[in-house]
Ligand binder design. Sequence first.
Ligand SMILES: Cc1ncc(COP(=O)(O)O)c(C=O)c1O
Length: 402
Amino acid sequence: MTLTTSTSQLSGDLSNEWSIPAGVTYLNHGSFGPSPRCVRDARHAWSERLESQPMDFYLRQMETALDEAAEKLGKFIGTNGNDLLFCDNATVAMNIVAESVSATLKPGDEILFTDQEYGAVMRIWRRAAERVGARIVIQPMPRPVANADEQVAAVMNAVTERTKLIIVSHITSPTAVIFPVEAVCREATKRGVPVCIDGPHALAMMPLNLKKLGCDFYCASGHKWLSAPFGSGFLYVAKKRQQQLTPPVMSWGGSLSGRSAHWQDEFRWLGTRDPAAFLAIPTAIEFLERFGVEEFRQQTHELAQYARQRIVELTGLEPPTPDSREWYGSMIALPLPSTGEPAPRQGIRDQLQNPLWGKFGIEVPIVHWRGERLLRVSCYLYNTRAHIDLLCDALKQCNFGL
Ligand SMILES: Cc1ncc(COP(=O)(O)O)c(C=O)c1O
């Protein structure tokens, strides 16, 4: 069941779907993607339903509504709803994996990462590994990116008989590279090593078929490229791992409506809360389906490609990946000229960030990673070439913050 109070047809002008203030050029959908109006309306309608009769909602409606929402999401990402857990975001999903897997680790066991994993993911695993004396192994990936075999070989070369899990982003956060995760899963399976994919950027930006992919765990957030509400995400768990999981919060653990026991039960009722963000996920999928999912991917990729061409012209610096949809989708991360100074400490932003926002109203992240100073540009349906042109003018006027 989908609750929608707006029936936009998505032909022509989409600008009404978003409330981004005039004067703001929003090029960071990849961090925090605002939802279209119909998704916000759907979330609100679900909350209203809960508020109008909470007993009826929690006891008689919620489980079926969550099952239906999970089924719709499952179809969109090539799996069944009953292999998915709704989570607030990818961070919560990764915490569940870390708590559960680390309980099975022994001192000296290894968890393998690439050097492009998300900072919070590294913190989650450092803490989990420390508790049991396991080791974090970080494998550098070849840059610039030349081909998939080289990337996959770099990961596999770091696998030892002590490797108990590989964690790899589907699309990396600092570098915006699509990682060849299918090949990683294939090679890892041959060696009997499970794989957890950190996939918040891939959800909707690329086609997903989780059953075929063959990973053990897949963590994602809905508020990025799917444009589902903030506070909506999921954890996919392969059947063979489902009994191994422990809930992040201990609560009742059973079914509210009295249906037969299911592995998801422990994760559904984490105390009393509003599931409206999860229940609005189908509306976000339908929004993209009405637009055309492939059209959405192609249109936003073409804009990212335009941004790439313009920024490379401006900086004269080589892009780190080939120009192909194999390596990037709707988001790019390109080098800016170096300031010659050490990377700003965490929490202190690049010196270009202030004028870009203060003078030009541009929201775009600049990431310092492995000695590179990268401008990460996200392109969504509300972005146009004019936004990219404005960004390029601003970069020129600010002389890249040098
Ligand atoms: C690769 C990657 N993993 C995990 C996360 C965490 O996502 P969230 O904050 O939605 O939990 C992000 C956020 O940007 C990310 O880029």
